[in-house]
Design a protein around this ligand. Sequence first.
Ligand SMILES: CC(C)(COP(=O)(O)OP(=O)(O)OC[C@H]1O[C@@H](n2cnc3c(N)ncnc32)[C@H](O)[C@@H]1OP(=O)(O)O)[C@@H](O)C(=O)NCCC(=O)NCCS
Length: 172
Amino acid sequence: MVLKIELLEIPRHLRSSFCCGKDSLDNYIRKQASQDLKRRISTIFVLRDDPELDVLAYYSLSSYAVDITALDQEFAKRLPRYPQLPATLLGRLAVDHRHKGRGLGELMLVDALKRSFKASEQVASLAVIAEALDESVLDFYINYGFQQFKQNPMKLYLPMKSVEKLCLDLGV
Ligand SMILES: CC(C)(COP(=O)(O)OP(=O)(O)OC[C@H]1O[C@@H](n2cnc3c(N)ncnc32)[C@H](O)[C@@H]1OP(=O)(O)O)[C@@H](O)C(=O)NCCC(=O)NCCS
């Protein structure tokens, strides 16, 4: 298996049979992702097993503004009182159901965090924000140190300092 993570290319990457079990995420990569990429709403990175071109997993990244009052007080108290602060949104992350449980979700999450950290050295971002579609996936993010927002527990954040530490600890 030669796994490659690369920016979505249309029509090169094959998305029509992607199925993670969540309709909104399946429809997104099949129908919406190329438009978002073209319009610079999100970047979408896909995983494939070279030389195959089928998408095994994907994630999306965008710029984001986070409301300071939504953050944990311990984290927020060290921040300036600007109403909104810059962040990076990991809007979607999905692994095809035929490949779940093989570490690909972690591979994609770590890749997204590494890319977010690298980008934050050029354009500041204080945290990576993730959105869980339902409660069944919350622990997936919490296990990597993400914390839930007070007002919206389906939204989670990982301070960029923690992202940096995680990347260092994992040697990526
Ligand atoms: C959540 C998802 C990305 C995990 O992908 P995966 O490839 O099966 O996960 P991995 O094999 O890399 O697992 C990494 C770790 O997370 C754990 N994990 C996986 N899914 C989990 C879940 N739903 N809840 C809690 N922990 C989970 C694994 O047990 C593993 O832990 P371990 O290293 O201690 O054994 C995948 O199940 C998926 O695509 N789900 C549907 C889409 C979705 O809900 N996406 C997230 C919101 S946008």
